[in-house]
Design a protein around this ligand. Structure first.
Ligand code: ADP
Ligand code: MG
Length: 705
C-alpha cells in the first residue's frame, strides 16, 4: 500500500465501491471508520468458517470450534415449561449421534425439518451436563445436485446493529470485499518486508496475504495469510521500538565515574543485610549503564518483596557520589511516605539529605524544599506526581527512580527528562511481572533487569480459599496469630462504579471486626482513599508501629507498603479482584521471617474465570506464572501495566496468543537493524518507505515511547 499507484487506488473513497453508495458509506465511516478502499481491506475477519470439511460425529470433542456435519434428524422431544421450555432432537450419521437443543423458534423447527431428509449441520459443539450437544445449530438441506454453502471457506466480520440495518452484516461485508478484491491488482499492494525475511520465516507475499485473508481458497492459505499479516504488524512495532532504542543510545548521558564515597560507606557500614546475588547483578548492570556515556533507560522487574528499594537507594548513591542529585517517584502518598521514612533512616547514617514532597506538603515546607533543591543542598527528593511540576527544579539531577511505573503516564516520564540539560538516567521499577511477550512489545525500547531471587529466609506464603460459613474459623485463626504477636490486613474491594456500596461494605466490615476483636485487647485500624491525608498517616503509622493489630483497608495498601510483622492477608470478595492485584496484595505479607498466610474470602458461586483466578493464587506464589494466567484470562488490553503505556492498537495480532510470532518478529527486526540500522540498503527501500508513510498518520509512537 505504498506506491503512488497503490496509494491512489487504496485511498479511493469507499462510496465509489460498487454496492456502497452514500448511505452505506456513511454507516461504514461512522461505525467502523472505513473511509477508503484501503481501510476496508484492513477490516480483518474475526473468524473463518470451514465448510470444506465434514466431521464424523464420533470424532467430535469439545476442542473444536465451529464444524460441519452431514446426517439426519430424529427423535424430537419438547421438554419443560415457560422459560425452561426447550426442544431436543438427535442428529445422526453412519456411526454416531449427538443431541441438538433449541430454546427458541421451536414451532418453526418442528414444522420445517423433515426426518427423512439429509441435512448439513453447522455449529459449535458445547459441553452440557458432561455431554456434548449443539445449541441452535445452522441447518441446511443437503442437495447433492445443487451447490450449497458447503465447499466454501468463509470469513466472518464483526459488524454493528446499525450496519445490519443497511444489510452490512458479515455476509454484506463479504460481498463488498469480493467486489473490491476483484479489482485489486498486485501493484496496489506492494511488498514491505525484505525478501530474505520472507523466505527465512516462510511468509506469504503481501498481495497474496491480503487476498487470502479475506477470501481464502483453502485452510492452509488462510493460515499463512493471517500469519503473514500478524508477523508484519509485530515486526513493524519491534522495528520502531528498536530504532527508538538506537536513537536513545546515541543521546549523550551523564557519566557517573566514581562510586567511592557515600556508596562505599553505605555498603560497608549501613547496609542492613547481605545483598542477594540478583541484587548484585542488577547493580552491576546499572553501574555499566551509568558509566557508558549514554542515558540509561532501564526497567527493573522484581516480584513483590524481592528488594527493589535497596537497589534504588544504591543507584541513587551512585549519582550522589558524583555530585548529582537523585529523585524517586512513587504512585501514592502512602508509598512515597514509606519510602521516605525507610530511606531517611538509612541515609542519615551516612550524612545524606533526603526530603519528601507530595501534594499535601505545606506551602512553607514546600518553599524550603524547593529552594534547597535548587541550591543543591538536598541530595534525594522523594515524592509523588508533585515532583513533575515545573517549579520543582534541581541543581543537577542525575538519576530518577520511578517505582511502580505503570501508574505513571508516559508523558509524565518524558517530563522528567527535561529536568536536567543532559537527560537524567531513568530506572523504572515494577513489581507487576509482565509476561515476556508483552514486555517485548510494550517496553522493547528499554533495557530490562530482573530480580529473580527473594532475600533468604523467606517462607512461601500459604494461600487458602474460604467462604462465609467458615468465618468463625477464620476469626479463631486471626486470634491465634495476634496472640503470637503478628498483625493482620483485611482488604475490601473498592471500585469507582460501585464506590458508595463498597465503602459501606468496608465500614460494616470494620464494625463487625471491631466487635469480634474488641478493645482493649485489640486495636483495629481503618484506611481508605477517601480519608484525609493526616488521618491516613495516623492510621498507617499506628499499624507500622504495631499499635494496632488489624488493618481494615481498601487497596490503598496495595503498592509497596512494608510492614514485616504483618503475617496474614485476608482479602474479602476476592473474586472481584484481578489476578495481578491479588498477587500485589498478597505481597504485603511474607516480608518477615515468619510463616505468612493469605486467606481469600469468596462467595460460594464463582464464574469459571473467578475460579481460575482463585485456584491460581492458591497454587503458586510465582508472579510470572500468575501474570501469564492473567494475560490468558484477560487479554493484553486489560493487563495491569498496559492501560497507561499507550494504547497498543493491534489490528490482527494478539499479544496473549501470538508469543511465538512476537519472538520471531523481534529476532528478525534485531537482525535487520544490526545489518542496516538506517535502512539504506536498496533491498530495504520498500520497508523504509512504508514506515515513513505510516509514521505520518499514526500517533502510536508518541504514546508508547
Ligand atoms: P519490593 O521489591 O517489593 O519493593 P522491598 O524493597 O520493599 O521489596 O524489600 C522487601 C523487604 O526485604 C524489606 O523489608 C527489605 O528490607 C528486605 N530486603 C531487601 N533485600 C534484602 C536482602 N538482600 N536480604 C534481606 N532482606 C532484604
Ligand atoms: Mg517496593
Amino acid at each position: 500500500m505504498n506506491t503512488p499507484q497503490g496509494k491512489s487506488f487504496l485511498s479511493t473513497p469507499i462510496e465509489y465501491l460498487k454496492g456502497v453508495g452514500p448511505e452505506r458509506a456513511e454507516v461504514l465511516k461512522k461505525e467502523i471508520q472505513v473511509f477508503t478502499f484501503g481501510d476496508l481491506l484492513k477490516l480483518y475477519p474475526y473468524r473463518y468458517i470451514d465448510r470444506t470439511k465434514f466431521y464424523a460425529i464420533k470424532d467430535i470433542d469439545n476442542t473444536q470450534t465451529y464444524i460441519q456435519l452431514k446426517g439426519k434428524i430424529r427423535n424430537f422431544k419438547e421438554i419443560g415449561q415457560g422459560r425452561g421450555r426447550r426442544l431436543t432432537a438427535t442428529f445422526y450419521d453412519n456411526d454416531g449421534e449427538i443431541e441438538l437443543v433449541w430454546f427458541q423458534g421451536i414451532k418453526w423447527i418442528l414444522k420445517g425439518i423433515n426426518i427423512n431428509d439429509t441435512y448439513i449441520l453447522y455449529g459449535k459443539p458445547t459441553l452440557f451436563n458432561s455431554k456434548l450437544n449443539f445449541t441452535h445449530p445452522d441447518l441446511e438441506l443437503f442437495q447433492a445436485e445443487r451447490e450449497t454453502s458447503a465447499g466454501t471457506f468463509r470469513a466472518l466480520y464483526n459488524t454493528s446493529d446499525k450496519m445490519k440495518t443497511k444489510s452490512l452484516d458479515s455476509k454484506g461485508i463479504s460481498k463488498l470485499m469480493m467486489v473490491l478484491l476483484a479489482q485489486l491488482k498486485p501493484e496496489h499492494i506492494l511488498e514491505n518486508l525484505p525478501q530474505d525475511i520472507r523466505s527465512k520465516y516462510k511468509l506469504l507475499d503481501r498481495y497474496a496475504a491480503v487476498k487470502n485473508i479475506h477470501l481464502p481458497s483453502n485452510l492452509s492459505l488462510q493460515e499463512q495469510a493471517v500469519k503473514r499479516m500478524k508477523f508484519e504488524e509485530l515486526f513493524l512495532i519491534q522495528l520502531n521500538l528498536l530504532q527508538l532504542k538506537i536513537i536513545r543510545k546515541r543521546e549523550k548521558g551523564i557519566v557517573l565515574e566514581k562510586v567511592d564515597d557515600k556508596f562505599d560507606k553505605f555498603y560497608k557500614e549501613a547496609l542492613p543485610f547481605e545483598l542477594t546475588n540478583a541484587q548484585k547483578r542488577v547493580l552491576k548492570e546499572i553501574r555499566r549503564d551509568t558509566l557508558s556515556g549514554t542515558q540509561m533507560n532501564r526497567l527493573l522487574q522484581g516480584d513483590v518483596g524481592s528488594g527493589k528499594t535497596i537497589v534504588a537507594l544504591l543507584t541513587m548513591l551512585m549519582a550522589i557520589d558524583n555530585k548529582y542529585q537523585a529523585a524517586m517517584m512513587a504512585p501514592t502518598e502512602i508509598l512515597a511516605q514509606q519510602h521516605y521514612s525507610s530511606l531517611k533512616e538509612l541515609c542519615e547514617k551516612i550524612g545524606i539529605k533526603v526530603a519528601l514532597l507530595t501534594g499535601s506538603s505545606k506551602s512553607k515546607e514546600r518553599k524550603d524544599i524547593l529552594s534547597a533543591l535548587l541550591r543543591g543542598e538536598l541530595d534525594i527528593l522523594i515524592g509523588t506526581h508533585a515532583l513533575l511540576e515545573d517549579n520543582v527544579q534541581f541543581k543537577n539531577l542525575g538519576i530518577v527512580v520511578i517505582d511502580e511505573q505503570h501508574r505513571f503516564g508516559v508523558a509524565q516520564r518524558a517530563k522528567l527528562w527535561k529536568k536536567n540539560n543532559t537527560p537524567p538516567h531513568i530506572l523504572v521499577m515494577t513489581a507487576t511481572p509482565i509476561p515476556r511477550t508483552l514486555a517485548m512489545t510494550l517496553y522493547g525500547d528499554l533495557d530490562v533487569s530482573v530480580l529473580d531471587e527473594l532475600p533468604p529466609g523467606r517462607k512461601a506464603i500459604k494461600t487458602v480459599q474460604r467462604n462465609e460459613t467458615q468465618r468463625i474459623g477464620v476469626f479463631d485463626f486471626m486470634r491465634e496469630e495476634i496472640a503470637k504477636g503478628r498483625q493482620i490486613y483485611i482488604v475490601y474491594p473498592l471500585i469507582e462504579e460501585s464506590e458508595k456500596l463498597d465503602l459501606i461494605d468496608l465500614q460494616n466490615g470494620f464494625e463487625s471486626i471491631s466487635r469480634a476483636f474488641p478493645l482493649p485487647a485489640f486495636n483495629v485500624s481503618i484506611l481508605h482513599g477517601k480519608m484525609k491525608g493526616e488521618n491516613k498517616d495516623f492510621e498507617m503509622t499506628r499499624f507500622v508501629k504495631g499499635e494496632t493489630q488489624i488493618m481494615v483497608a481498601t487497596t490503598v495498601i496495595e503498592v509497596g507498603v512494608n510492614v514485616p510483622n504483618a503475617s496474614v492477608m485476608i482479602i474479602e470478595n476476592a473474586e472481584r479482584f484481578g489476578l495481578s492485584q491479588l498477587h500485589q496484595l498478597r505481597g504485603r505479607v511474607g516480608r518477615g521471617a515468619e510463616q505468612s498466610y493469605c486467606i481469600l474470602m469468596t462467595h460460594h458461586k464463582l464464574t469459571h474465570e473467578g475460579r481460575t483466578r482463585i485456584k491460581t493464587m492458591c497454587d503458586t506464589n510465582d508472579g510470572f506464572k500468575i501474570a501469564e494466567v492473567d494475560l490468558q484470562l484477560r487479554g493484553p488490553g486489560n493487563m495491569e501495566g498496559t492501560q497507561q503505556s499507550g494504547n497498543i492498537d493491534l489490528k490482527i495480532a494478539n499479544l496473549a496468543t501470538d508469543g511465538p510470532i512476537i519472538e520471531e518478529a523481534r529476532k528478525a527486526a534485531i537482525a535487520l537493524l544490526e545489518e542496516d540500522a538506517t535502512l539504506l540498503n536498496p533491498e530495504h527501500y520498500n520497508l523504509k518507505f512504508y514506515l515513513q508513510s505510516q509514521q505520518s498518520n499514526s500517533n502510536f509512537w508518541r504514546n508508547i515511547s
